[in-house]
Design a protein around this ligand. Structure first.
Ligand code: G6P
Length: 352
């Protein structure tokens, strides 16, 4: 097993380090036209997309729905376990996209069945060739991240987001709004974070705090949710993710001087997010900004900073996510948690 971990202490940290390669793989595959070489029947006349997914895949889908919206394709994201509770009207132009790393999650398979019963076309976005989701859906798009062993999904989140964005390019016509997200520099950007991150020091500094909150806006919101999920999964500490604007509608009651708030800055709506940071600081919380450092006000206001290379917002969210993966990993490692196999959790949940 030590050999399989390639010199790393855990699969999770190995897989975090595999992200530049995983992203290069999917970009190459896209370059050769293979990635979205899908059955024309699945794609013809698609005007709207519904994503169904669970856990980390749900966060990737939510991220994807922001990218789809920017390209003028309406997209909604549904928790698979809730989608399956009732059939919803499905028009001709609707495509239901199941996002599932393993392709075996029972809740997601049930949602696919619900969608198909309502007459929807279905597409699986998955990492596993020949998985159940890939077989039951009309077509499959493979994210090509390579096997992921750690229960906490890391590299597959990044690959899912890139896959969904490239799929949005495929669906959006020539005259669609926005432009394709430029992912070319993403592998380099991730590598730079892996080489320079101060996440271990930050994790050490705030060890023992009562609660860890994660806030963001736009794509920073799914990244905040994912940051909190990762943190609670492997450190067992109290962690919650919120849309930053929602802080004042309830979660602010939880914020005390013993709280740490991670704020995901993407270069969009930074001023509003700064307002939310002040709301938390006024209640005594320590705020760690994830930022590219170009906004001096963010640097002045934050109590602590984790840097990411400068990029457009749709890429910045993915880079910030890597810093948050590292924070969770180091927080859990410092507490001696069994990182690759957290208690009560499974890599793939095959019961509803
Ligand atoms: C489990 C795993 C999560 C994963 C979720 C969805 O709960 O522990 O890491 O995100 O299932 O898995 P899927 O294979 O459908 O992406």
């Amino acid at each position: 097993e030590a050999a399989e971990k390639g010199g790393y202490d855990h699969y999770m940290i190995k897989e975090i380090h595999e992200q530049p390669t995983a992203i290069r793989q999917i970009l190459e595959c896209h370059g050769s036209g293979e990635l979205t070489d899908l059955d024309p029947g699945t794609l013809e006349g698609v005007e709207e997309v519904q994503f169904v997914a669970c856990g980390t895949s749900y966060h990737a889908a939510l991220y994807g729905s922001y990218v789809f919206a920017e390209r003028g394709i309406p997209a909604s994201t549904h928790l698979a376990s809730e989608y399956a509770t009732h059939e919803r009207p499905v028009g001709e132009g609707m495509l239901v996209v199941a996002v599932t790393q393993s392709g075996e999650t029972a809740d997601t398979l049930a949602a696919i069945e619900t969608a198909q019963r309502a007459g929807a076309r279905t597409l699986a976005v998955t990492n596993v060739v020949g998985s159940s989701a890939s077989r039951v859906c009309d077509d499959a798009l493979y994210i090509r991240a390579g096997p992921e062993i750690g229960v906490a999904a890391t590299k597959t989140f990044s690959s899912q987001v890139v896959a969904l964005s490239l799929f949005a390019d495929r669906l959006a016509g020539e005259d669609s709004p926005g432009g394709p997200v430029a992912f070319d520099s993403l592998p380099w950007g991730i590598q730079r974070i892996l080489d320079t991150s101060r996440s271990r020091d930050v994790a050490e500094r705030y060890r023992g705090r009562d609660a860890f909150f994660f806030i963001g806006r736009g794509v920073g919101y799914p990244v905040a949710l994912e940051g909190a999920l990762k943190f609670k999964e492997i450190s067992y500490e109290h962690a919650e993710g919120f849309a930053a604007g929602e802080l004042k509608h309830g979660p602010l009651a939880l914020v005390t001087p013993a709280s740490v708030v991670f704020a995901v800055f993407t270069g969009r709506d930074d001023e509003k997010l700064l307002g939310n940071v002040r709301e938390a600081q006024t209640r005594g919380a320590t705020v760690v900004a994830i930022t590219d450092g170009t906004n001096e006000e963010v640097l002045r206001q934050a109590d602590d900073v984790l840097f990411v290379p400068e990029s457009e917002p749709a890429v910045a969210g993915l880079l910030a996510n890597v810093q948050l993966q590292l924070i969770s990993y180091h927080a859990a490692a410092l507490l001696g948690r069994p990182i690759d196999k957290p208690r009560n959790l499974a890599k793939s949940v095959t019961v509803e």
